[in-house]
Design a binder for this molecule. Structure first.
Ligand code: GUN
Ligand code: ZN
Length: 434
């Protein structure tokens, strides 16, 4: 017997269009239907019309809930969960005192596997169905992570993080070892289930030219991989990068020079960026992962979204756990909004439709998955989040008297946290149920 389609009934919201480029990008269907089969969306519309047209479909009745596309985190670190909330430190001290010592523990594969399971569960329970994950420095830890990721059903892109200076001895590799370990991991895992491989130097500050050269070689040999790293996050870091690469005109050039700037490159932070860097990021069609809670928690600075948009640089959202303050992308959206409000005229006037786009369709584009996920367009994968606020919660009270779809969505970004996420589906199959 062949499978029959499923018809999901719910309040549906998604952003099939880019709200930074056109008006009316939010589509909200109050009694909506989403028809899917074999993991793919067949149709989207009003529930009553789809129920009439597809009487054989099995019903997934969530009419009491809001359903959004699966959320997409474009920058999150797997080995940093215990570091979340490490107060009182700015980036370089935060790395030295708290983060690098924690990451050294990932030499122990059984610790790494346990942390991988916790990490993937936290993504799913926060509604994140797709993520670009900064990995660990140890290939055993990454092998365990990829095995867990492949079994989780989530869409995970990750890779071995490489560095060969200015961290700690235990985390350093060599260009030769980095090449061989990365190659073995990508040959083993890239394309297994929903796993993809990314080349990840930690940041130029911790990489020799020989190591960055090897990263470029891996990308040239495997052009369908992604690339990610940190860029222009804090003033002190940028000063050190300038000293280490005196020939480079700016931070971006330290990557660009080695062939690490392209349409599959995702740079996290980019707080202190020059106009020249923005022009080159745009020309390369690279993406920037804006990580607002991290930028505020580590005290890095306020992100110039307006300048990125003026230069037509593609921007998406990242939680940056553990510099960021948790996995919840609604909270990141709220903090992105607050970060722009604080900049007055220079800030971009974000609306909730922008926030949904940044957390879904915009993330899909950054990760070169725009044909597959991000919204509910027919042909895409049935990845979605079922939101149902806890009984008696502030969000429940707010939604009960919401004047409009936009107001409801704004309440969700303001108040919805993991407790409001009832179910999470990837390709039509549950990956989290509360
Ligand atoms: N730069 C280099 N490593 C890190 C990291 O782990 N977190 C953040 N936020 N920035 C970095
Ligand atoms: Zn980071």
């Amino acid at each position: 017997m062949g499978s029959s389609p499923t018809l999901l009934r719910a309040q549906l919201y998604h952003t099939p269009l880019n709200p930074f480029e056109q008006a009316d990008a939010l589509q909200a269907i109050s009694d909506g239907g989403l028809l899917f089969e074999g993991g793919r969306i067949l149709a989207l519309g009003s529930y009553s019309e789809l129920a009439r047209a597809y009487p054989q479909a099995s019903l997934l009745d969530r009419r009491d809930a809001v359903v959004l596309p699966g959320l997409i985190d474009t920058h999150v670190h797997y080995p940093q969960i215990p570091v979340i909330g490490a107060m009182g430190l700015r980036l370089l001290e935060w790395l030295k005192q708290r983060t690098l010592p924690e990451e050294e523990k990932f030499r122990d594969v059984s610790y790494a596997r346990t942390q991988a399971r916790i990490f993937l569960r936290q993504l799913a329970r926060n509604g994140t169905t797709t993520a670009l994950v900064f990995g660990a420095h140890f290939s055993g830890a990454m092998d365990a992570f990829f095995a867990e990721a492949a079994g989780s059903g989530l869409r995970i892109t990750s890779g071995l993080v490489v560095s060969d200076r200015h961290l700690t001895e235990a985390l350093h590799t060599t260009p030769e070892r980095a090449y061989h370990e990365s190659r073995a991991l990508l040959e083993r895992w890239h394309g297994v289930g929903r796993v993809r491989y990314a080349v990840i130097p930690r940041f130029s500050l911790s990489c020799s030219e020989g190591l960055l050269e090897v990263c470029g070689q891996l990308l040239r040999e495997n052009p369908d991989l992604l690339f990610t790293s940190h860029l222009n996050e804090t003033v002190n870091e940028i000063r050190t990068v300038r000293e280490l690469f005196p020939w480079a005109g700016d931070y971006l050039e330290t990557y660009e020079h080695f062939g690490l700037l392209g349409s599959r490159s995702v740079y996290a932070h980019n707080v202190y960026v020059t106009d020249s860097e923005l022009s080159r990021l745009a020309a390369a069609q690279a993406s920037v992962s804006h990580c607002p809670s991290s930028n505020m928690f580590i005290g890095s600075g306020l992100f110039s979204l307006t300048r990125h948009l003026q230069h037509r640089v593609h921007v998406a959202l990242g939680s940056d756990v553990g510099g960021g303050t948790g996995f919840n992308l609604f909270k990141e959206g709220l903090m992105a909004y607050q970060g722009q409000m604080l900049q007055h005229q220079a800030g971009y006037p974000l609306h909730v439709t922008h926030l949904l786009y940044l957390a879904t369709t915009g993330g899909a584009r950054a990760l070169a998955l725009e044909e597959e996920v991000g919204d509910f367009s027919p042909g895409k994968q049935a990845d979605f989040v079922v939101l149902r606020p806890p009984v008696g919660s502030t969000l429940e009270a707010t939604l009960q008297h919401s004047p409009s779809a936009e107001a409801s969505l704004a309440s969700i970004f303001t108040l919805a946290r993991e407790e409001s996420i009832a179910e999470v589906y990837v390709a039509g199959k549950p990956v989290w149920t509360s």
